[in-house]
Design a protein around this ligand. Structure first.
Ligand code: FES
Length: 97
């Protein structure tokens, strides 16, 4: 859910999560997608048809190209949830940055 940080232009406090085993710092109120993109990731999974890397496209929960595994739960759309402290995130494409 969006919160007031976006309306005021201020940022939430820094929080830390794990992405593919590496520490990522973002801000409370960031979506998980924003945190992942800010960390430098561009591809989160591969096409089941061509095995080509797929990148998030819509940022609205429609394309499903931002699916990641969060705390062991698969098929989470990163654009639909907030980043939370201590999250353990795994992408399906650990070779692309
Ligand atoms: S970016 Fe399209 S569903 Fe998340």
């Amino acid at each position: 859910m969006l919160n007031g940080h976006y309306l005021t232009g201020s940022r939430g406090s820094e929080i830390e999560l794990s992405v593919n085993g590496s520490s990522v710092v973002c801000h409370r109120g960031d979506t998980l997608l924003a945190a992942l993109l800010a960390s430098g990731l561009r591809s989160f999974r591969r096409s089941i048809v061509s095995n080509e890397p797929r990148a998030p496209c819509c940022n609205t929960g429609v394309c499903f190209d931002c699916m990641v595994t969060v705390n062991g739960t698969s098929y989470i759309r990163a654009c639909m949830i907030d980043a939370e402290p201590g999250m353990a995130v795994e992408t399906g494409d650990k070779t692309d940055g």
